[in-house]
Design a protein around this ligand. Sequence first.
Ligand code: ADP
Ligand code: UDP
Length: 236
Amino acid sequence: MKKLEQLYEGKAKKVFKTDDPELYIVDYKDDATALNGLKKGTIAGKGVINNRVTNHLMKMLEKQGIPTHFVEELSERETLVKKVSIVPLEVIVRNIAAGSLAKRVGVPEGTKLGSTVLEYCYKDDALGDPMVNEYHIAAMGWATREEMETIASYALKINEILTAYLKDLNIELIDFKLEFGKLSDGTIVLADEISPDTCRFWDSVTKEKLDKDRFRRDMGGVEDAYQEIMKRLMGE
Ligand code: ADP
Ligand code: UDP
């Protein structure tokens, strides 16, 4: 598969066209940003880990009936994916209060939620990805009510599958962010990534943070945490 012109360079990945109009190549970088782009840095080896972890989890989800954009891992940092038109939402799933939710409702981080929480943020860096609800999404035409029903049911199913899978690896899934897209025939599929950049992973026993919060909060041990996640998931 030939890598053609670069379409987009984001904060963590680059996206390239290929000679197949329905396929893109994503290339994972070591660049890291936080606080809506205010904090910038690099995490050595992050691109390789996020590429491999994302593909591992997407393959596992596909086997359990979740359609994804994954096609084939091409190299350490590059993956062939189905081209989608991204639904411009960050779909956030929460099991335990942390980060912005803990702040917003004034509960200590680590408070178990009585039931799973789904949140939507409108993907717009200039606006700081504001939280929106289903009425905004329908009114603005970002997705139809029917598409949102599919997205919400996939997000909850993904949470069940990932929570159970990670529990066996002594990882507690606190919360995570998903992105969905539409194939040219309108089918909704899971896109983007699932990695320590986009999930909060805590060690089940020690509650040690094994994710991007170590970078966001200047806790040190960032690279080791990403390595540890790859090791627990993939044995290396
Ligand atoms: P950001 O845009 O937030 O800086 P990234 O650096 O991760 O994020 O850039 C990757 C971009 O590619 C994101 O905007 C994401 O929505 C988009 N994307 C992910 N998967 C696909 C896909 N299969 N087809 C088209 N775009 C995708
Ligand atoms: N998240 C993400 N990208 C974003 C915002 C959040 O991947 O732009 C993930 C984040 O890693 C966490 C979850 O979504 O797993 C919930 O994040 P939160 O709303 O608590 O935001 P934060 O505290 O990161 O600002």
